[in-house]
Design a protein. Structure first.
Length: 140
């Protein structure tokens, strides 16, 4: 059985409480400051009427990797905005992987790029996220 985001240790509290990522079967593979890698198998219930992966779920995978990468310290950091470009469709049975990398951090704002690939390494989507650090502190 594959570990989900909420089952894999030692995940930060942020991901242990992330029910959406867990329900989607996401697995955190890398959790480093300014970088994260998250994978997700595409299930039948993740496809649209054309039997391809629903774009919103590709976005959710990229957004999860972005969230992990941009929460580098005890400050709660959230998305200020994000854009995605879909480049290749995928189907049930494939595994998608999102790799997020910080491009720039200036004060409380950051810019992150996320590349989503399929199991063959083909690029499925490119995501760019903009973050803002709040004055709240993460509680463990």
């Amino acid at each position: 059985m594959t570990e989900t985001a909420s089952e894999r240790a030692p995940l930060r509290q942020m991901m242990q409480r992330d029910r959406a990522s867990s329900a989607l079967g996401m697995v955190v593979q890398v959790d480093e400051p300014a970088r994260a890698v998250v994978s997700m198998p595409v299930r039948a219930d993740m496809t649209n009427g054309f039997e391809i992966t629903h774009g919103g779920l590709v976005f959710a995978l990229a957004d999860t990797a972005f969230a992990i990468a941009c929460n580098e310290d005890e400050s709660v950091t959230v998305a200020a905005g994000a854009d995605i470009t879909f480049l290749k469709s995928t189907r049930e049975g494939q595994v998608l992987t999102a790799e997020a990398t910080r491009r720039v951090l200036a004060g409380r704002t950051g810019l992150y790029d996320v590349t989503v690939t399929d199991e063959t390494g083909d690029v499925v989507a490119e995501f760019r996220g903009r973050s803002i650090s709040t004055r709240r502190q993460a509680t463990d």
